[in-house]
Design a protein around this ligand. Structure first.
Ligand code: ATP
Ligand code: MG
Length: 361
């Protein structure tokens, strides 16, 4: 891909996580390229390429199941708003590097010349296993508070520490997270939850009070609660991913938000609501309250709702619910959630045993 751009007369570099992960010998999530070609040039060169929005304009090129993200090198003078609207001006690699988040994410590899350029001491930080922002962390986090969340994810995924001045700055600026759009927040939290390091990431979000604008009840459920449900659920998600089991974002969110749903469901039943209407109402209330801070996509919200609905069937036991439930489109995910609830001793042991006996048959 970089060669195609170079053969067409543009400069092109592998950068971002693609270089970082290659140097750490871990599989990269996607391939990040930076080029002097403009968005229109890239689209003309790669059939099937699509432009994607987001904070920085990128072009996505899916090739052989791999996700290639190509961005035009960002010029120094452009602020983020004009970068959005003027994708036809390319900057130099140095200008582009100065606007990236962490030193280890600003290494540029030119495959034509087989040369690596390190503008901000990223190689030394890779060696020392340190995440350091490019430039003053206060300015970086004020400019884009999302970088604080990315710091937590990279620290856990790579096993790196966050530079102490950046940690102190996160603690000062955590409240700015509320300024990031709910859609960007949803994408980042979904990535943390399915990173294989969900338990560590969620604990750190709470410790640094980054959770408040995202998942306001998380701290209560994960750190302060007497119940072990949330910690156990996140650990189980991480263990399943480590075994290679696929985990949908819907399932992980359904598990993470379960304690909230349970509180709302129980409260409505105490007020005289029937089991199923109470569950439906509680699911609606929890999902819409949550979507206001974290823009849960509609399809995902529908899925979460369906997974929760199965719990009303599990509550009435396998003899009465068995046949209906097998047909439920989210039965598998619902049963996994039910098992987590059993493991957290939230379910009457007799009911739990009846279901496991039925599933063994
Ligand atoms: P991974 O793809 O493994 O999650 P990554 O570092 O490649 O990690 P991407 O989201 O693919 O992350 O972004 C590619 C690169 O773009 C980053 O490495 C970083 O250099 C830059 N980048 C991404 N988001 C930001 C941001 N919010 N602010 C500054 N630079 C960013
Ligand atoms: Mg990447």
């Amino acid at each position: 891909m970089a060669r195609t751009l170079q053969h067409a007369g543009f400069s092109a570099y592998v950068t971002g996580g693609a270089v970082r992960d290659m140097l750490l010998s871990i599989p990269a999530h996607d391939v990040d390229l930076a080029t002097s070609a403009t968005t229109a040039d890239i689209i003309a060169l790669f059939p099937g390429a699509v432009e994607a929005g987001g904070r920085f304009r990128i072009v996505l090129v899916p090739i052989d199941g791999q996700r290639i993200e190509i961005a035009t090198l960002r010029p120094a003078s452009a602020d983020s708003a004009s970068r959005q609207h003027c994708p036809h001006i390319a900057g130099s690699p140095a200008e582009d590097a100065a606007q990236r988040d962490f030193t280890i994410n600003a290494l540029y590899y030119d495959p034509g010349q087989e040369r690596l350029t390190d503008f901000h001491g990223g190689m030394a930080d890779l060696q020392d296993k340190v995440l350091r922002t490019i430039g003053n962390p206060d300015e970086r986090f004020r400019d884009d508070p999302m970088i604080m969340l990315r710091a937590i994810r990279f620290a856990h995924r790579l096993g790196f520490s966050i530079a102490s001045e950046a940690v102190a700055s996160i603690d000062r600026h955590a409240a700015l997270i509320a300024k990031v759009s709910p859609e960007r927040l949803f994408a980042e939290v979904a990535r943390q939850l399915t990173s294989g390091q969900a338990a560590g990431c969620m604990r750190d979000l709470c410790r640094h009070r980054l959770h408040a604008a995202l998942l306001p009840e998380l701290r209560k459920d994960l750190l302060d609660s007497q119940s072990s449900f949330t910690g156990l659920a996140l650990q189980s998600v991480d263990d399943s991913l480590a075994r290679g089991t696929r985990m949908s974002a819907s399932f992980v969110f359904a598990a993470l938000l379960w304690p909230q749903l349970k509180r709302a469901w129980d409260a409505l039943q105490k007020n005289g609501w029937g089991v199923m209407p109470a569950l439906e109402r509680a699911a609606h209330d929890v999902c819409s309250a949550q979507s206001a801070c974290l823009g849960i996509r509609e399809r995902v919200a529908g899925d979460i709702h369906a997974i929760w609905s199965t719990q009303a069937y599990f509550a009435i036991g396998p003899h009465r619910a068995g046949a209906d439930l097998d047909q439920h489109p989210r039965f598998r995910a619902g049963y996994n959630l039910f098992q987590l609830r059993c493991a957290a001793q939230e379910v009457d042991p007799e009911l739990a045993n009846a279901w496991s006996a039925q599933r063994r048959r």
